[in-house]
Design a binder for this molecule. Structure first.
Ligand code: DQA
Length: 149
């Protein structure tokens, strides 16, 4: 960032992502959530980015975390898990705070079951990264760092 102010980013992991590593490894791989967070933290530290990382299995907690980003976060990275496909509350929260948001999915939701092809989050997101595994989170951070140019 040109202002010299550090970039503040909120990372949100939704339902069932706490089980990464043992959850359907053929679909989601064997990397644990802790390992993903360690990778993000290292990547952020090297670039002077401040991270706040939240995991919740509860829709309302995720809405609260998005509200709490107001006035602090310059960007949000969110993998809403299954809530991606039906949570208008999360969609409205992202629209309400108006903070650039990147939606990340480990798997390619568009190549899976029909119900996963719809994201109610995508229309209020800056971009969507799917199917690239844990690397998708780092690419999202990189995208927020670079802005839209
Ligand atoms: C997911 C895809 C969702 O459809 C699923 O419900 C998840 C994980 C992914 O990262 O690929 O929980 O968001």
């Amino acid at each position: 960032m040109s202002s010299g102010k550090s970039l503040n980013v909120l990372v949100i992991h939704g339902p069932n992502l706490n089980l990464l590593g043992k959850r359907e490894p053929k679909v989601y791989g064997t990397t644990t959530l802790d390992e993903i967070n360690q990778g993000l933290t290292k990547f952020a530290q090297e670039r002077g980015i401040q991270l706040r990382i939240v995991q919740s299995n509860h829709e309302g907690d995720i809405v609260d975390a998005i509200h709490q980003a107001l006035g602090w976060a310059d960007g949000i990275i969110i993998n809403p898990g299954a809530l991606t496909h039906y949570s208008y509350a999360i969609r409205d929260a992202i629209a309400a705070v108006d903070i650039p948001t990147i939606e990340v999915h480990l798997s390619n939701i568009h190549a899976r079951e029909e119900f996963r092809h719809t994201s109610v989050i995508a229309p209020v997101s800056t971009g969507q990264i799917v199917g690239l595994g844990p690397r998708g989170y780092l690419l999202a951070l990189e995208a927020l760092l670079g802005g839209k140019s």
